[in-house]
Write a protein of this length. Structure first.
Length: 153
C-alpha cells in the first residue's frame, strides 16, 4: 500500500485542478502547477462549473504565472494566430456562461480591442511587451484577476 494520506483541503484542490501538470527543461522554471491557487478556484469542483468559468479561472493562473516571470519594463499581451491581427495588451478578461471567454485591451496602435471566443476555440499565445513609457509601473492583470476571484468567493 503506497497511498498518500491527504487533508480535506488537498483533496478538494486536487479535484478542482485535476490534470494540472507541467514539465520544463529548466528545473527552476516557474510554472502554473507550482503556484498558489486562489481559494475561489478550489471552492467549487470543476464538474460544477460551466466550460466558460472553468476556462476563465485556468487562464488567470497561466496569465499570473507568466507575469511573475516579467521584469518591470514588460506587460502581458496575447498574440493572435492566423492573419495580421497583431497583439492585444490584456487589460481585462471575463466570461459569459456557458461557453464564451472575452479579453479586453488595446492593440499595438493603441486602439481599444476586445476578443470574444468560444471555449472550444480557445487558443491564447501570451507575449511580453514593453510597458508604455508613460506608465511608472507595469500593469499586472493576472494578479488583479486572481484577487477578484477571491473577493467573489
Amino acid at each position: 500500500m503506497n497511498e498518500e494520506i491527504k487533508t480535506a483541503a488537498e483533496a478538494v484542490e486536487a479535484a478542482a485542478l485535476a490534470g494540472l501538470y507541467e514539465v520544463h527543461c529548466d528545473p527552476k522554471a516557474r510554472n502554473a502547477a507550482s503556484q498558489p491557487i486562489p481559494k475561489a478556484i478550489t471552492d467549487t469542483p470543476a464538474a460544477e462549473k460551466s466550460p466558460a468559468q472553468w476556462a476563465y479561472e485556468r487562464m488567470i493562473l497561466y496569465i499570473r504565472n507568466f507575469e511573475e516571470q516579467l521584469d518591470a519594463s514588460q506587460e502581458v499581451a496575447m498574440g493572435f494566430t492566423g492573419g495580421d491581427a497583431g497583439v492585444l495588451r490584456i487589460e481585462g478578461m471575463g466570461y459569459f456562461d456557458p461557453d464564451i471567454i472575452t479579453f479586453y485591451g488595446v492593440d499595438g496602435s493603441g486602439s481599444r480591442t476586445q476578443l470574444v471566443q468560444h471555449v472550444s476555440q480557445l487558443n491564447v499565445l501570451l507575449r511580453a511587451l514593453p510597458k508604455p513609457e508613460e506608465k511608472p509601473e507595469p500593469t499586472r492583470i493576472g494578479f488583479q484577476l486572481a484577487q477578484e476571484l477571491d473577493k467573489s468567493a
